[in-house]
Structure formats: structure tokens, C-alpha cells
Write a protein that binds this ligand. Structure first.
Ligand code: GDP
Ligand code: MG
Length: 169
């Protein structure tokens, strides 16, 4: 079975771990196995996804570069309630392009995730801004809530579909 490696990246506190644990074992804010792998089916085909949750050490740029080198797909998470975290994923995107494009990758699989959609009254980033960025980067955009479990599976299915598309090129 094809094993896909993806990294969940973004500023501290945006919900990277909450999204990962919600996907891995369906719960909210519980301890989970740090190996972070899950076997599931996308479009009736099984796959194994290894998820690197860049927990707490994402501010160290050299480590960030190492995570990027080791991953094939990227889930770039920001908080819909914190504009500066939206700006931060743009920097991460630039780093991904800088590292991946010279390796001969045509299009790097990326999903942009605006998390904490349940906090409707605290929103600072508009849906149209996320959609515009996704159009520019030719990737996907989802608004999620790890807390109430909105769109979590959709994010991981999307990254698998993008990774498979690259395999078939
Ligand atoms: P990380 O640093 O990106 O891994 O962020 P965490 O997953 O540790 O989440 C940081 C905090 O944000 C947690 O304590 C949660 O309370 C909160 N959080 C995460 N996801 C959500 C969400 O979807 N909705 C709300 N309301 N809070 C969230
Ligand atoms: Mg974390």
C-alpha cells in the first residue's frame, strides 16, 4: 500500500494538534500516539497517511526546512480568528516552494485550512481571502472546526487525492 507523508504546519495555537487528533482518533484534545498514522480509504482505495504534526517547534526555521524536505504534502493551518496566522502560512508556502521546486516537483500538494470556524463571532479572516489564496496557489481551501468536527476528514481526503494525482503524472 502506498504510504503518503504529509506535514501539518502553521503558527502555534491554530489547532494543528487538535485537527490531527480529531482525524486520527475522532476525539478532541486528547493524547494520541505521536507516530500519527492512519489507514483509511479515499474513493474506495485504501492508503496509509503518515501525519507529521509539527508540534511546538515550528518557530525554528531549520527544523521547518527538515519537515518540508521529509514531506510530500502540506496542510497549512491558520486560525480564522487570528489574522497574523494567515500571514504566517504565506511565509511557510514560500519556504515550501523554495525547497521543493528545485527537486523537480511540478506542483506540491497543499491544502489551506482555516480552523476554528465554530468561533463565528471572533472571525478575523474572510472566506473569500482563503479562497483567493487557494486560487492563486492552485490548491484547496477548507474551513474546519476541530472542536465540533467540521470538514476534518475532507481535508485529509483532499491531500490524498492530490498526492495520488502527482503519482499518476
Ligand atoms: P497547535 O499549537 O496548532 O497544535 O494548536 P492546538 O491543537 O494545541 O490548539 C490550541 C488551542 O486552540 C486548543 O487549546 C484548543 O482549545 C483550541 N482549538 C483548536 N481547534 C479549535 C477549534 O476548532 N475550535 C475552537 N474553538 N478552538 C480550537
Ligand atoms: Mg500542537
Amino acid at each position: 500500500m502506498r504510504v503518503f507523508q504529509c506535514a501539518v504546519m502553521g503558527s502555534g495555537g491554530v489547532g494543528k494538534s487538535a485537527i490531527t487528533v480529531r482525524f486520527i482518533n475522532g476525539s478532541y484534545l486528547e493524547w494520541y500516539d505521536p507516530t500519527n498514522r492512519k489507514q483509511f480509504s479515499v474513493d474506495a482505495q485504501p492508503c496509509l497517511l503518515e501525519i507529521l504534526d509539527t508540534a511546538g517547534i515550528d518557530q525554528y526555521l531549520t527544523l521547518n526546512d527538515m519537515f518540508i524536505r521529509e514531506s510530500e504534502g502540506f496542510i497549512l493551518v491558520f486560525s480564522l480568528c487570528q489574522r497574523d496566522t494567515f500571514e504566517e502560512i504565506i511565509r511557510t508556502y514560500d519556504a515550501i516552494q523554495r525547497i521543493k521546486l528545485p527537486e523537480g516537483n511540478q506542483r506540491v500538494p497543499i491544502v489551506i485550512v482555516g480552523n476554528k470556524s465554530d468561533l463565528v463571532d471572533e472571525r478575523e479572516v474572510d472566506s473569500t481571502e482563503g479562497e483567493k489564496l487557494a486560487l492563486e496557489w492552485q490548491c484547496s481551501y477548507y474551513e474546519t472546526s476541530a472542536r465540533i468536527s467540521t470538514n476534518i476528514t475532507a481535508v485529509f481526503e483532499n491531500i490524498v487525492r492530490q498526492l495520488r494525482r502527482n503519482d499518476s503524472l
